[in-house]
Design a protein around this ligand. Structure first.
Ligand code: PYC
Length: 318
């Protein structure tokens, strides 16, 4: 049996995060992006063991704290989900802030952390509220038209918020929890059309998050969303990187001014407050996303010899 692996679980607006506290694999140093590549190539069984059934479930997002060589960062972070690693994760960063508080690291101030796609900052504002300053975000293409089988012509914006998003305002879907199956099918079909037409982000990366918007009756929110993530699970939170992509589009359209707050509600009713400012040359905006998280478990993962499913169901290493 391997050494037990301590994890702290939290949820940010309903979306779970599992931060690995002990037993983090040795990834050989270098940038977080380099370490993520080693993680992908050599430790996929570890990823699957942490987030997939029987210890986790498909919506679980895992995170590893790793060394950083960046002069301004004390550490780096690698996020992962049920099918692979993630470039960035906003709700997970909010979960990290609350996890560090739970572990007794109370006087943190502003923390700078190296992610696989750049430096992020976060600050714990009270026991459960965290403000994240995300990587520079922007809209790459506006009103991209695609023909989606069974649904017809669909238009969306392609934007970067730490992950690539296809953001759709005009659609015939009802953003209600009871419609999760239909919403998942719709977004999955959109993903397939983007992939088969090789419609990708500016850097050639796959657009692996689809985000739908609708009006909301919640007086504390400006809009409701539904976000489908790469492992075909929907984000229970408003999605930190998705909200960053959204405010980048709103800034580009002049719908919000620098510093003006946009309140994004998720499909389960949780809300992130976001705003943005332009960078020096006005080509990118720097989003700030504020949300709350709560601890749900402090546990040890155990992998016993002889357990054929110790690396998770569906993992080739098991
Ligand atoms: O909050 O950025 C986010 C996120 C990405 C995938 C799930 N949550």
């Amino acid at each position: 049996m391997s050494e037990p692996i301590r994890v702290i679980d939290s949820h940010t607006g309903g979306e779970p995060t599992r931060i690995v506290i002990s037993g983090v694999p040795e990834l050989g140093g270098g940038s977080v992006s380099d370490q993520m590549q080693v993680f992908n190539e050599k430790f996929d069984d570890f990823r699957s063991a942490i987030v997939n059934e029987p210890r986790g479930w498909d919506a679980m997002i895992g995170a590893l704290l790793v060394p950083s060589q960046h002069p301004e960062c004390n550490y780096g972070i690698i996020f992962f989900n049920n099918v692979g690693s993630l470039w960035m994760c906003g709700h997970g960063t909010i979960g990290l802030g609350v996890t560090l508080k739970y572990l007794g690291q109370t006087d943190l101030g502003v923390q700078k952390v190296e992610s696989a796609v750049g430096i992020i900052e976060f600050e714990l504002l009270d026991d459960h509220t965290v403000e994240l300053t995300n990587v520079p975000s922007y809209r790459y293409r506006r009103d991209v038209e695609i023909d989606v089988p069974g649904y017809g012509l669909v238009r969306g914006d392609i934007a970067w918020g730490g992950n690539w998003f296809f953001l759709i305002k005009n659609h015939d879907q009802q953003l209600e929890l009871k419609n999760i199956r239909q919403l998942t099918e719709y977004c999955t079909t959109v993903t397939e059309v983007l992939n088969s037409n090789r419609i990708v982000g500016e850097d050639g990366k796959v657009i692996d998050h689809i985000e739908l918007f609708a009006d909301t009756e919640n007086p504390n929110a400006d809009s409701r969303n539904f976000v489908l993530c790469p492992g075909l699970q929907y984000d229970r939170s408003p999605c930190g990187t998705g909200t960053s992509a959204k405010v980048a589009c709103l800034m580009a359209d002049g719908v919000i001014a620098p510093g003006e707050v946009w309140r994004q509600e998720s499909i389960v009713g949780s809300v992130f407050e976001a705003s943005a400012v332009w960078n020096e040359d006005g080509s990118r905006c720097i989003p700030t996303v504020r949300g709350t998280a709560y601890i749900t478990a402090d546990a040890h993962m155990i992998m016993q010899d002889g357990d054929d499913l110790r690396f998770g169901i569906g993992n080739p290493g098991s």
